[in-house]
Design a protein around this ligand. Sequence first.
Ligand code: ADP
Ligand code: MG
Length: 233
Amino acid sequence: MVRVYAIASAKGGVGKTTTTANLGATLAGTGADVVVIDGDIGMANLGAALGVRPHGATLHDALSGDVEPVAAAYEGPAGVTVVPGDTSLEAFSAADPQQLHGVVEAFDDADFVLIDVGAGVSHETSVPLSVADAVLLVSTAERDALVDTEKTRQLTERLGGVVAGAVLTRTDEATPVEEIISGTLTADVLTTIPEDEAVRESIAVGEPLVSYAPHSDAAAAYRRLVTELTGIE
Ligand code: ADP
Ligand code: MG
């Protein structure tokens, strides 16, 4: 049975897209059939992070009912299937976020579907939280980010969704993980992803860490995340 995760936080710039791309590629590397969807319909950048430039239909065409969702699926790196978005304002206006339900259903023969969620609290960002089987919260250890991520956790609860846990990104040895667990963000921290230059470089060249820098600390951290989240070793 397919397992659907939304990768979410109300705070922008905390590593949601990075985590969706690398969790997706790392999971695909274990032999799982993985689809990643760019659910950030206002600021689509998941496709670029994985080096996929759509030459035809995008998620936005599927959300506006112009094409079947599978027509917007592209083969990405490391065997991951990517459903990229359109970066134009016109496409944004025509897209109906509610249609994400049908898009996710179209990939129900995959093992995992990961949805990269946009920042903010809105209808667009709420739909993925209820479409998913579970929500993976992403935050840096900064107070503002934690406060905003806690809001996403509460919103998920209100929508009847389930929180799988949290990932803390861009951490260093001084990051007070214990304090964070018992403080602002009421979620289990599954894994911390260290600040790592390889992450920025890999995103810039549009390649996941599994192939760009498999021996980096961040690549190892994403492998731990796969195990914590799915039990796959
Ligand atoms: P979001 O999708 O939450 O807006 P992104 O995934 O786009 O955030 O990440 C924001 C920025 O942080 C990007 O420039 C990305 O390369 C950088 N980044 C994310 N995780 C790390 C990390 N572990 N180490 C270094 N830079 C990171
Ligand atoms: Mg993003």
